[in-house]
Design a protein around this ligand. Structure first.
Ligand code: GSH
Length: 146
């Protein structure tokens, strides 16, 4: 539509378009990001290990390769493959939820673990597999039972 060719009707339509474009982004049903947050929460609770990732991100590749090497099943959501600006919306929702905007953003058993460096740290401290299996941590600084 060439808005300027519509005369006064075009002005009204232009106003309508302005009103529509100034509405908050819809997560579905006009409830802002609530539906998206609910979807993200479901994914997190349905998957023991979930990696919010981007196909172009080397840190994401590192985490996914580590999990694969450990024979750990995980769900990867590749945010850069989502349509339009969906990926940015997911990143915003993840930021609101976890305080972390970067990818990889990893959750294990519903718990926010963090990014690549956090996963590697847990692995180096022999805590990663216990976390995934829902076992008490066996690694770490040797604080032991008590
Ligand atoms: N220290 C972070 C980690 O260990 O996970 C680094 C992660 C990072 O820098 N990720 C980049 C990122 O999320 C992609 S490679 N950049 C912002 C963006 O893609 O929106």
């Amino acid at each position: 539509i060439v808005w300027s060719r519509l005369g006064s009707a075009g002005k009204d339509l232009g106003l309508l378009r302005h009103v529509l474009s100034s509405m908050p982004p819809s997560g579905g049903g006009g409830n802002g990001g609530a539906a998206l947050t609910a979807k993200i929460n479901s994914l997190i609770s349905e998957n023991t290990v979930i990696v919010f990732s981007k196909t172009t991100c080397p840190y994401c590749t590192k985490v996914k390769n580590l999990l694969t090497d450990l024979d750990v099943q995980f769900k990867a959501v590749e945010l850069d493959t989502l349509a339009g600006d969906e990926g940015a919306k997911w990143q915003e929702a993840l930021h609101a939820k976890s305080g972390q905007r970067t990818v990889p953003n990893v959750f294990i058993r519903g718990q926010h673990i963090g990014g690549c460096s956090d996963v590697i740290k847990a692995f180096d401290e022999n805590k990663l597999v216990s976390l995934i299996n829902g076992e008490p941590a066996t690694g770490g600084t040797g604080a032991g039972a008590g």
